[in-house]
Design a binder for this molecule. Structure first.
Ligand SMILES: [Zn+2]
Length: 190
């Protein structure tokens, strides 16, 4: 079988073409070849920093909506949470891990942030988090022989864990507080 011979100078070796397409600000070329709209979109997306929000405001392209729309959506989500009167539980800011363990702490924070009316702060009532019980059979499942319970092979340990679980059940000590499902408001001097 003879190999095809193509000379350097021949038209077969190469042809001059003019390519059309889109080039983004960062120098990436998107040829029209497949779909000009696709090429334009990708080039513009690659080269831009901002987009226009549904509301008409500009926003950075790494967000899907502008700051004010996002604030509005956050606000709607907060208002959609069920309301409960505050009864002195720890509080936290909505979608923020700033916690307040007393009204004084909230008052100080409000002053620092030039907020005069405490009732305008989006607060969430926190819920206590307790230790969960330790199920020895699950905890040691990986090293327990098949069809064997912890009490079969380690009765002392199983009994000790039962004592631990009793402390957990009876005393319900609080390990920490986490945001719960209720929103609330408090007024100054309440
Ligand atoms: Zn917007």
């Amino acid at each position: 079988m003879t190999e095809t011979k193509i000379m350097y100078d021949s038209d077969e070796a190469a042809q001059r073409v003019t390519l059309s397409g889109w080039i983004s600000r960062d120098g990436i070329f998107w040829p029209d070849k497949t779909d000009p709209k696709f090429a334009e979109h990708h080039a513009r997306w690659g080269g831009c920093t901002h987009l226009i929000c549904e509301c008409g405001n500009e926003h950075r392209k790494n967000y899907t909506i502008c700051d004010s729309c996002r604030a509005k959506k956050d606000d709607e989500r907060y208002q959609a949470m069920p309301f409960k009167e505050w009864e002195g539980e720890p509080l936290c800011l909505y979608r923020d891990d700033t916690y307040f363990f007393s009204e004084d702490a909230l008052q100080d924070w409000a002053e620092e942030h030039d907020i005069e009316d405490l009732s305008t702060i989006q607060l969430v009532i926190c819920e206590p988090q307790h230790a969960w019980e330790i199920e020895g059979d699950d905890h040691y499942a990986d090293i327990l022989p098949e069809d064997t319970e912890l009490s079969d092979v380690a009765p002392l340990l199983a009994a000790a864990l039962e004592d631990v679980n009793e402390v957990i059940r009876e005393h319900k000590e609080i390990l920490c507080w986490m945001p719960g499902k209720f929103r609330t408001t408090i007024k100054a001097g309440e």
